[in-house]
Ligand binder design. Structure first.
Ligand SMILES: Cc1cc2nc3c(=O)[nH]c(=O)nc-3n(C[C@H](O)[C@H](O)[C@H](O)COP(=O)(O)O)c2cc1C
Length: 218
């Protein structure tokens, strides 16, 4: 697939088919993710690839427990009426949380903290935030884009981080690794729509903040 077609048609997929992913495709996706850049080329990523149905069910039930309160606090609370977009987000989010276990591959992404040489939660960690997390999300994005190029959908999710200790215990992950994301991978039930984004022009500055990009001055 053309790169620009891939980059503009990789939405968050939340409806999946119960269809396995060929091993060779999965390996290609992981090999591509592994090509990501990172601070000092530390390559601080580890992937736990969960395919066993029981483990996927456990991940799903944890995710679903978190989704309920998140939905209340982030989407519903404080609103008397919900926009059509919010109603849809709730419906699709509910469905995603309820069906996550059917997604054939759950990739759990862990950050190797010692490789980043900054202690988690320290003042340096806050200062170093960009370099630390910026050294793992490019790998996640490459994983998602390469999956898309093979017709495989994905969703970037970080909700599980608030249940990090039990997720790590379930998967036997040593203390020093930090849970960053759960990326379900599977074939979408539906196509790959172009995600909605606001236009880029109003966000472009020509050399100085107060100088609009030439095209947006017209
Ligand atoms: C750092 C990060 C964390 C996210 N966590 C979740 C999550 O826990 N659950 C979820 O359903 N979507 C999650 N998303 C997906 C976003 O909701 C999604 O990227 C955004 O709504 C744009 O969706 P679209 O690309 O389909 O238009 C996350 C995205 C990012 C970048």
């Amino acid at each position: 697939m053309d790169f620009f077609e891939v980059a503009t048609s990789t939405p968050t997929v939340r409806r999946f088919l119960d269809r396995p992913i060929p091993e060779a495709d999965l390996m290609k996706v992981l090999e591509t993710a592994n090509m990501a850049p990172s601070g000092s080329n530390a390559q601080p990523w580890e992937f736990v690839i969960v395919r066993e149905p029981d483990a996927r069910r456990k991940i799903q039930s944890t995710y679903e427990e978190l989704w309920g309160p998140y939905k209340e606090s982030a989407i519903i609370r404080g609103r008397t009426t919900l926009s059509a977009r919010a109603v849809k987000a709730i419906k699709v989010g509910d469905e995603f949380a309820a069906t996550l276990a059917i997604v054939p591959v759950h990739i759990l992404v862990f950050l190797d903290r010692p490789k980043m040489r900054v202690e988690r939660g320290s003042a340096d960690d806050l200062f170093n935030f960009g370099a630390t997390y910026g050294s793992i999300f490019p790998a996640i994005e490459l994983l998602m884009l390469s999956a898309r190029a093979l017709g495989i959908g994905s969703a970037m999710t970080t909700m599980l981080s608030s249940r990090e200790p039990e997720t790590k215990a379930m998967l036997g992950v040593p203390e020093l690794y930090q849970l960053i994301a759960l990326i379900p991978l599977g074939y979408p039930d539906g196509g790959f729509k172009r995600p909605y984004r606001k236009p880029v022009l109003p966000r472009l500055h020509d050399g100085r903040w107060d100088r609009a990009w030439p095209l947006s001055r017209q």
